[in-house]
Structures are given as structure tokens and as C-alpha cells.
Unconditional design. Structure first.
Length: 510
């Protein structure tokens, strides 16, 4: 039954507040996530650029050492050509002086050896017998025509297992391009490591020197057990050609049990490359800190927004409830819960106009509780209130949502039944009459029953207002009372609508 004002607008406002608060909170969370992801990638990119720069410094230091040693090899190769006319006794003395000079000037030169084209040792800096190097890699490389400085693989000292070195060599050739001598220097890795002591590097920075195939020559901080091993990821990635300077490098490996970001740089024109790597966790330290800070702030702001949203919703719900209560008080009879006369009048006029336009039937039922004054006098006014409330609640429970039910005054009630002709309205009235007669009411341990009289009328084509229908229903109600009460009487459609005092009375009310 349409007994309350429409509250869809207030519900819509509440939902709008909830939606706005939810969208704002979600927007803040999404923005925080996007910012965190963006900063994450930016931080890693900066870390890679930093490692690339560090690797370029390392490559430059190693490159200067190797370029200097390469210059010494070429000096020896040039001097060798001047020894051809020296007597054999003096030749060894000159070899020894030359090698001693190189050792003194180059702390990285752990050993120097000169061989002929077949690899037979002509001079070396050791006190014992010369080493057997006839079939070493660098001898074969120069015999096969290599004119570049050869860089050998790292080797462990057989006498000192914690000492590592690698050979660099250069072939000396005559004017015909024929190999005449091979000059080799054994470079001590422990001396090269000292280069890194003077470099200003971030905490937890790892340095590594490999050849182009990923074979490890140097790695710091100390991890000598990895020297001589190959880093597979580097072996499979040879994009850094000799003409390139440096690049960032994704992940060197998990060789230390950590995922790292790295940069690499080619060591001059030599077949070596320098890596600088930082653990991802170290690179992201500042990101973790800021993510925690901004994430916490975002959560706090989201909490504040959500709390404000909840408070706004609660306030809106309270306003809605108060609005409904005010609307209910303004439109409802507080004793029975039925519409009051004012609310019913406005709704009845609207309904009549709608049914008039559509041609649909419309009926009115007027009801009066029989002998209500006697109930008040016999059982008390409280019993009268119980009678009115119980009768109204019973009637409202039997009506449709579209039906209008009103307490017209005292013990009189009005029903407006849309889309219902007089026959249908009479059926409804009869069901209500029987139901009311079957009620058993009680007050102060005294039970009593009630009856009601009903008058039914329907809209006629000649009617110009809902008042016309109400007057005929009222006339039918008086007939029901005159005929003995507790009955339903229909209006006669031929009954003339009065135009005198009765019409004026209804017009004043409606």
C-alpha cells in the first residue's frame, strides 16, 4: 500500500556518497600502486646506470694497465731485433737486464718470458729451469698468425693455490711478417685487485672482470673459488662488440645467491669486459623505505577518507531517517498508520486524473466502524484506540501496494482502489467486513469484537472529480447503516450526484 513518501532520492544520495568515498579510496590506492611501480622501475634503471658508470671506471683502470703492459711487450719486440748482432755471452745478460727493468717498472708483471718462434725459451726471469711452454695457448695463437696481444685464461699457481695470474703475449715478426719471437708477461691478479681500493663505490658493489665468453678473471669482494668459472648468461650474450663502450645489463647471475642489477663496459680493445653489480635488494633500499612511507601515508589517507565516507553515510542515513519520520508524520495518521486526510486528498486527485486519462476503472470504499462510541463508553478510550489501530492494521495487510487507505476522521476510513470496478471493490469490501467481524480484541482482560459498514462506488464517465465518487460512496455507506449496519452497500450508478450542502462539504475537505 502506498502509505509513505517516495524515499528513492534519499537512498540514491546515500549510495552516491558511498560510491564517491569508495571511488576516492580506490583511486588513492591505485595511484599509490602506480606510483610505487613507476618508482620501482625508475630506481632499478638508475641502479643500472650507476653500475654502468662504475663498470666504465673499472674498465678504464684495467685498460690503462693492459695498454701499458702492451707497450712494454712492443718495446721488447723492438729491442729483440737489435740483439741479432750481440755475442751469445752478452745476449743473455741483456735479456736479464731487460726483464729486470720490466719487473721493476710494472708491479703487475709477475713473470716475463721470451721464446723463439717454436716456443723454446730464450730468456725468462726465474732462477730455475725455464718452464715448458712449447704448447701453450699463446704460442699456438701467434704461430697461427695472431698479431694482436693475446690474453690467456686465468691460471692457479701450482705452488700457491691462492695465487692467480693470466698471460698476455705479443709476437715479434721480421720484415717478411714471419714470427721470430714471442714475448709473454704473466700478470698477477692480486695486484690488479688493488686498483679497486681507490675507487669510490656504493656499499655492496660487486666487481667482476671476464672475457667475452664469460670466463671470470677477477671478482671482488673476494670469491676466488669463482675464478676460472664461466657465467652462462654472459656466454650467451655477446652483444657488446669492440666498438661499443658500455651498457646496462639485466642480471649477471645469482652466483652469490642474490639477484643483481649490473652494468658492463668493454676493456679498451682487449677481449675483456668489466662488470659492476649491485644486489637488487640493496638497489631498492630507498624504494622500500619510500614505498613503506608513502604506502603507509596512502593507507592512512584512505582510512581517513573511508572514515569520512562512513561518517557522511551515517549522517546521510540519519538525515534520511529523520526525513522519512517527518514525511511520515506529515502524511500519516499516527494512531493507525493510515494516510491522513491531507496526504490522501493529493494522492486521490492524482489517481483520479490518471484513471480518467487512461479510461481504467477506479472505485472508492468508505467504511465506518459500527457502534464505536459504545465501545469507548463500555471498554474505555484505550479500547477505542486498540479498535482503530487493529482495524487499520488488518485492512492495510489485505490491500495492494497501489491502493490508498486513509483515516478520514474518527472511526471513518476511505479506500481508493485503482484499476478496480464496483464489483471488484464490493468483493474487497465484503472480505474486509468478514475479517473485521472475526477479530477478537482485548483490553483490561475484557475481550470484545467489532463490525463495520461499507459503501462502494465507482468512477463514472460523467464524473469530473474524485469528489463525485466519494459522495456516492458516502451515500452508499449511509444506506448500509440504515439497513442495519455490518454490511456492504453499492452505489446506484443512476443515483444523482448532489450539488448542495453535501457537495460543498466534500469540496471543503478535498
Amino acid at each position: 500500500m502506498n502509505a509513505n513518501l517516495d524515499i528513492h532520492d534519499s537512498k540514491g544520495q546515500t549510495l552516491l556518497v558511498l560510491l564517491a568515498a569508495g571511488c576516492l579510496t580506490l583511486g588513492m590506492i591505485v595511484s599509490s600502486v602506480i606510483m610505487a611501480v613507476t618508482n620501482y622501475h625508475t630506481t632499478l634503471t638508475l641502479a643500472r646506470e650507476n653500475t654502468r658508470f662504475i663498470s666504465s671506471l673499472v674498465a678504464a683502470e684495467i685498460g690503462m694497465v693492459l695498454v701499458d703492459l702492451e707497450g712494454r711487450l712492443r718495446e721488447i719486440g723492438t729491442l729483440i731485433q737489435t740483439f741479432s748482432d750481440v755475442r751469445p755471452g752478452e745476449k743473455k745478460h741483456q735479456w736479464d737486464n731487460l726483464i729486470h727493468t720490466i719487473r721493476a717498472r710494472e708491479p703487475y708483471a709477475h713473470g716475463v718470458v721470451v721464446t723463439d718462434a717454436q716456443g723454446r725459451v730464450l730468456a725468462w726471469n726465474g732462477p730455475d729451469d725455464p718452464p715448458a711452454i712449447l704448447d701453450t695457448d699463446y704460442i699456438r695463437a701467434h704461430q697461427n698468425g695472431s698479431e694482436e696481444m693475446f690474453v690467456g685464461a686465468p691460471q692457479r699457481n701450482p705452488q700457491q693455490s691462492d695465487e692467480w695470474s693470466f698471460d698476455i703475449s705479443l709476437g715479434a715478426r721480421d720484415y717478411r711478417g714471419e714470427l721470430t719471437h714471442v714475448v709473454a708477461i704473466k700478470v698477477a691478479l692480486e695486484h690488479l685487485l688493488r686498483i679497486f681500493d681507490d675507487l669510490d663505490m656504493p656499499q655492496d658493489t660487486n666487481i667482476m672482470i671476464t672475457n667475452l665468453d664469460g670466463l671470470i678473471y677477477l671478482i671482488a669482494p673476494g670469491a676466488e673459488e669463482l675464478i676460472g668459472h664461466t657465467v652462462t648468461a654472459i656466454a650467451q650474450d655477446k652483444d657488446l662488440e669492440s666498438g661499443e663502450q658500455s651498457e646496462t645489463y639485466g642480471d649477471v647471475s645469482n652466483m652469490r645467491g642474490q639477484k643483481m642489477v649490473a652494468g658492463r663496459t668493454r676493456v679498451s680493445h682487449f677481449p675483456l669486459q668489466a662488470f659492476a653489480a649491485i644486489p637488487v635488494d640493496t638497489a631498492l633500499t630507498s624504494w622500500y623505505r619510500h614505498a613503506l612511507l608513502y604506502g603507509g601515508a596512502s593507507v592512512a589517507m584512505a582510512f581517513v577518507v573511508s572514515t569520512m565516507g562512513v561518517l557522511l553515510v551515517r549522517g546521510q542515513l540519519k538525515l534520511n531517517r529523520q526525513g522519512r519520520e517527518l514525511a511520515l508524520a506529515a502524511s500519516t495518521d499516527m494512531l493507525t498508520g493510515a494516510l491522513n486526510r491531507r496526504a490522501f486528498t493529493a494522492a486521490a486527485h492524482r489517481e483520479f486524473a490518471r484513471e480518467k486519462r487512461s479510461g481504467a476503472p477506479l472505485s472508492c470504499v468508505m467504511m465506518d466502524l459500527d457502534h464505536f462510541k459504545m465501545i469507548n463508553d463500555t471498554y474505555g478510550h484505550t479500547a477505542g484506540d486498540i479498535t482503530l489501530n487493529s482495524a487499520a492494521q488488518f485492512i492495510m495487510s489485505r490491500l495492494r501496494e497501489s491502493d490508498l487507505f486513509c483515516r478520514y476522521g474518527g472511526e471513518e476510513f476511505l479506500l481508493l482502489l485503482p484499476d478496480t470496478d464496483q464489483d471488484g471493490a464490493a468483493v474487497v469490501a465484503e472480505e474486509l467486513r468478514k475479517g473485521l467481524a472475526g477479530l477478537r480484541l482485548e483490553n483490561a482482560n475484557k475481550s470484545f469484537s467489532i463490525t463495520a459498514s461499507f459503501g462502494v462506488a465507482e468512477k463514472l464517465p460523467a464524473d469530473t472529480s474524485v469528489i463525485d465518487v466519494l459522495i456516492r460512496a458516502d451515500q452508499a455507506l449511509y444506506r448500509a447503516k440504515d439497513e442495519g449496519r455490518n454490511r456492504v452497500c453499492r452505489s446506484s450508478n443512476s443515483l444523482a450526484t448532489p450539488k448542495g450542502d453535501e457537495a460543498a462539504k466534500w469540496s471543503a475537505d478535498f
